[in-house]
Design a protein around this ligand. Structure first.
Ligand code: FE2
Ligand code: FE2
Length: 244
């Protein structure tokens, strides 16, 4: 489907329900009626091109609009990424954990496989939470202040001090791969664990882990290929505007 400003929002979702995740993260409410993408974006205060770029990428997958996405204010992408974090922490991760707990309770094999799986997943949750916390509490606030201060006549002296002693490149170097452990988990489930009594549940957990892995992959692409390069450019412009 070719996504244009005049495409009806309901048609868009009917043709690719995976886009519901994008709508949810942009906090676009349901009840589309016959409204077009353009109308809904205007009503919800979302930049039309930002929406189109994201939706086309998720839908078509054959091009990545990195350069184009970089032309939008950095705060929009931060808002989107934050919303994605909440989805992971409040919904996806607890759901997978609950399902593993259920598998454990149904496991009559007498082995400890499911207990080990649960332990492994809880370690993953703790790593995952640390990763998200760093971005939420340190990185995103820094990025938002950078953009805000860049637009000022005179930057806030406290922020100027921070900006002169820090660069986002340091963060990129440590930006750990949070998909890796999920791939391990998937492999253990797929290759080595005998299916417990409830096969439907087992398959569903696997599907959810695959889905989360793919989604995290997209999330990391947005962070590393759009957000960070955009911030590197913003840092350069900031230091040119406010030299020592
Ligand atoms: Fe993130
Ligand atoms: Fe990240």
């Amino acid at each position: 489907m070719h996504i244009s400003p005049h495409t009806k929002m309901s048609d868009l979702v009917q043709s690719d329900f995976e886009l519901l995740a994008v709508l949810q993260r942009l906090k676009i409410p349901f009840g589309f009626k016959e409204k077009s993408i353009q109308t809904i974006c205007r009503e919800e205060g979302i930049d039309l091109n930002f929406f189109l770029n994201l939706a086309r990428w998720y839908h078509e997958r054959d091009f990545f609009p990195g350069e184009t996405l970089m032309n939008h204010p950095v705060k929009w992408l931060v808002k989107y990424l934050r919303s994605t974090h909440s989805c992971y922490i409040e919904y996806h991760i607890p759901r997978i954990e609950e399902e593993i707990i259920r598998m454990e309770s149904l496991d009559r094999s007498g082995g400890h496989n499911m207990q080990l799986m649960l332990k492994f997943f809880r370690e993953y949750i703790s790593e995952f939470t640390t990763h998200i916390q760093l971005e939420e509490e340190k990185i995103f606030p820094y990025i938002l202040s950078l953009e805000e201060n860049f637009e000022k006549e005179t930057p806030d002296p406290e922020f100027l001090k921070t900006a002169r002693g820090y660069t986002i490149k340091d963060f990129l170097d440590e930006h750990s791969d949070i998909e890796e452990k999920l791939v391990d988990l998937r492999n253990i489930l797929l290759k080595y664990l005998a299916p417990p009594s409830d096969n439907c549940l087992f398959t569903n957990v696997l599907i959810e882990i695959f889905r989360l892995g793919n989604d995290l992959n997209d999330h990391t692409i947005l962070e590393e290929n759009v957000l960070i390069p955009q911030v590197i450019k913003l840092e350069r412009d900031f230091h040119n505007k406010f030299p020592r």
